[in-house]
Design a protein around this ligand. Structure first.
Ligand SMILES: [Zn+2]
Length: 413
């Protein structure tokens, strides 16, 4: 491969900044929840750009967008890249959008250089990666990879009771192409690290070898609503007091499995949510992760045992529903190697790294040889409006992506 194949870093930056205008927040972030009007605008812009770059665009039944640049042998399975355009409510400009814009920039660069690849190239937008409006996360890549059925995905409802199917129809992105069930030559995803390691070690490229396993639960603790002034302490069935003990206990369990375990309670709903009523019901979310399956199992089992004990001590009922279970992921050694070789060839400082977050690439790895590229982000901060990355690092990641994709797709001589 020629060392001098360069992407246009300035154009990549301009595309990212234009995309960040859609749903921009006063603090410099982006709020573009999945399948909202703003998501539609972002999708429309991506489709316009891809069509202008000569791609044929298809949308599948779960709303994922595939922009295809033909190969010299168009019967070969495509080499794909992509990420997501939806964000968290207080999201940043780079999470997801970077991977999508990097895919577009690869296609534009191939056009500029007049390179014909053997296998076709596809840039993809996966629907509802964040899982903020519709849980679980990474829905569309999960359907593509056979983790969820199409029917399961379309039936997922948001907090207002709107189903994903209805939301897709509403924004005009319920496509006709079947979701998944076709061969993929390789999949690469470029993404900001969303953690502090690359920045701390002054490395430009993270060669992602896999991702940690992840479990999500919905917990509901039920006691009894009663008067805050007249119910003596021993007679109370205070769901909040029980939930508080459980949350503190979960934090201790994660700390006992340091340094790799993480556990988070990020959502809490209190019923009836009144100052002078003992809460009769508290619902909260649980997110736990670890890079080794065995440790994750142990943390999960310990949580279930301790929570059940707290519930019984406080005369509460506990409902624990597992709503997502993402196994530990190991990416394809050849794709990981392609990323590492590219970083090496281009002279970027790099290191191997395990992803702390879930990504669409994790599901894709079930059906395609997969690799990921990380670039640093300021202070390791993500899912935050002040999320930041440098134009130089973003361009470097895109260049590595180009080289890794070309290694897999082959160049027509
Ligand atoms: Zn992301």
């Amino acid at each position: 491969m020629q060392k001098n194949l360069k992407i246009n870093g300035e154009r990549l930056w301009q595309s990212l900044m234009a995309m960040a205008e859609i749903g921009k927040t006063p603090k410099g972030g982006v709020c573009r929840l999945a399948l909202t009007e703003l998501d539609r605008e972002a999708r429309d812009l991506f489709v316009r750009w891809c069509e202008a770059a000569g791609c044929s665009v298809t949308v599948d039944a779960v709303g994922s967008i595939f922009a295809r640049r033909a190969g010299s042998d168009d019967s070969l399975p495509p080499v794909m890249t992509g990420s997501h355009l939806d964000t968290q409510p207080t999201g940043g400009k780079y999470d997801g959008a970077y991977g999508v814009m990097a895919g577009l920039e690869v296609i534009r660069t191939l056009n500029d250089l007049g390179i014909k690849t053997k296998a076709p190239i596809e840039a993809v937008v996966w629907t509802n990666e964040e899982g903020s409006r519709f849980a679980p996360a990474m829905t569309a890549s999960g359907v593509f990879a056979g983790k969820f059925t199409l029917e399961q995905a379309l039936a997922i409802k948001d907090a207002d009771g709107v189903s994903m199917g209805a939301a897709l129809e509403a924004i005009g992105y319920k496509g006709k192409a079947p979701a998944g069930g076709r061969a993929v030559g390789a999949f690469f995803e470029a993404h900001i690290e969303q953690g502090p390691i690359l920045e701390a070690e002054a490395k430009t490229i993270g060669v992602v070898t896999g991702a940690q396993g992840q479990r999500w639960y919905d917990a509901v603790v039920t006691g009894q609503d009663s008067h805050a002034g007249t119910t003596p302490m021993p007679r109370r069935r205070d769901a909040m007091a029980g939930a508080a003990r459980m949350i503190a206990c979960l934090e201790k369990i994660a700390q006992a499995h340091a340094p790799h375990a993480v556990a988070t309670v990020g959502m809490l709903r209190v019923h009836p949510n009144s100052r002078n009523v003992v809460p009769g019901r508290v619902a909260f979310s649980i997110d736990m992760r670890h890079p080794e399956e065995k440790a994750l199992l142990a943390i999960d089992a310990e949580m279930q045992r301790r929570f059940a004990a707290i519930a019984s001590e406080q005369r509460l009922e506990l409902g624990l529903e597992r709503i997502a279970n993402t196994e530990v992921v190991n990416f394809n050694p050849e794709c990981v190697g392609a990323v590492r070789n590219a970083a090496e060839r281009l002279g970027y400082k790099h290191r191997d790294i395990v992803s702390g977050a879930g990504h669409d690439a994790c599901y894709l790895s079930r059906v395609a040889p997969t690799g990921m590229i990380f670039v640093p982000c300021e202070g390791g901060l993500s899912h935050n409006e002040i999320e930041n990355a440098t134009a130089g690092d973003l361009a470097a990641g895109c260049e590595v992506l180009l080289h890794a994709m070309l290694e897999r797709a082959g160049i027509e001589a």
